[in-house]
Design a protein around this ligand. Sequence first.
Ligand SMILES: [Zn+2]
Length: 455
Amino acid sequence: MASGEGRRRLDNLVPLAALIRREMRIEKMEKPTVKYGHAAQSRKGEDYFLIKMDCQRVPGNSSSTFSVFAIFDGHNGNAAAIYTRENLLNHILGAIPHGLGREEWNQALPRALVAGFVKTDKEFQSRGMECFTLILQFFLSLLVFHSTLYYCASRETSGTTATFVIVDRWTVTVASVGDSRCILDAQGGAVSSLTVDHRLEENVEERKRVTASGGEVGRLSIVGGVEIGPLRCWPGGLCLSRSIGDMDVGEFIVPVPYVKQVKLSNAGGRLIIASDGIWDALPSEMAAKSCRGLPAELAAVQVVKEALRTRGLKDDTTCIVVDIIPPDNSIQPPTPPKKLNKLRALFFRKKCYDSAGKVSKKLSAIGIVEELFEEGSAMLAERLGNDDFTPQSTTGLFTCVVCQIDLAPSEGISVHAGSIFSTSSKPWQGPFLCADCRNKKDAMEGKRPSGVKVT
Ligand SMILES: [Zn+2]
């Protein structure tokens, strides 16, 4: 017998199909379309890239999809670039605590990116050491196996830039070491850089850091004492101040990435990620301008073509163009620029997480792009912070914040212990490092000679 109350309740119910339709409509309204293009011209075969459109925060849940775009420009061989392409994404994802919602997940990204970059560098170097031992064994047994030697030599001395971009709906997070730039061409024609170039020649701060950590910075000397070319770090002669790999240079050439996170307006925008083959030929503005109005696939081809036209094929040249397009498709990025005040302060509405992951609004003006996070320090204590995301494994043990191995309570060393850069007055507080990662941190800060240096 249906009571009056029961009937009223039924009247208020929304049919399931309508509910799903409504949710799908909201989902569609919120979710931009991501389209990409890729183009490359190879000279040395040391540029590698990664495009992954179907990553999921929650496995099996299609509404948790995000995309990854990355460029790895190798030097002194391709081993570091290949290793980084194969492992960096997993190392980053492994450093993000489970069960986070979209916003928390994006907030946890900056720290996970730092941990993932350092872990990748550390593991690549330790594999290099295995190879070194292998070579010794070969020599000892007087069996000089040429191809193994070549492979291992490349492993020991090779290094790579890494520019790693995560697009989760309107939020773009970029982590980068080296000089493979990522620029943003926002709706309205304002171009800004989401990376900084870690080149000794151009980056005074990095020069100071490397010198203070025991590195020698100078130009290449030729006969007669004439100095030529850009500033380099010696021994090794690397022009970059940050990279993954480069065992022969010194651990003050750190893998700690500059990280920037922005939220685009619902008008969307275009990202151009490219190796220095592009940026040595084209300033950011010119690269953005050269492909405006073209769809992503053609835009990437156009940028490479423009760079080759300007400078010729002097270096590996790789370009990925990513368009983040509003769902109703009414606005196609990027349109030719309107007259806009391009002052950075007006372009970005600034909103930063502090090291505890809290949000602090710094500036709110005519915001087109919201700046959520920016940090470039090379110091791990500053980057790994004492925030709320200290990972604890399911077994209740502490976990090394870099390599994610479980630690017994007596084994964990606080990331802040003994650091003059300590951001915490409590050096016994987490996050924690294993002894190995602590050694690496000290070497990176110039507190001990590089342990893995090959002579
Ligand atoms: Zn560790």
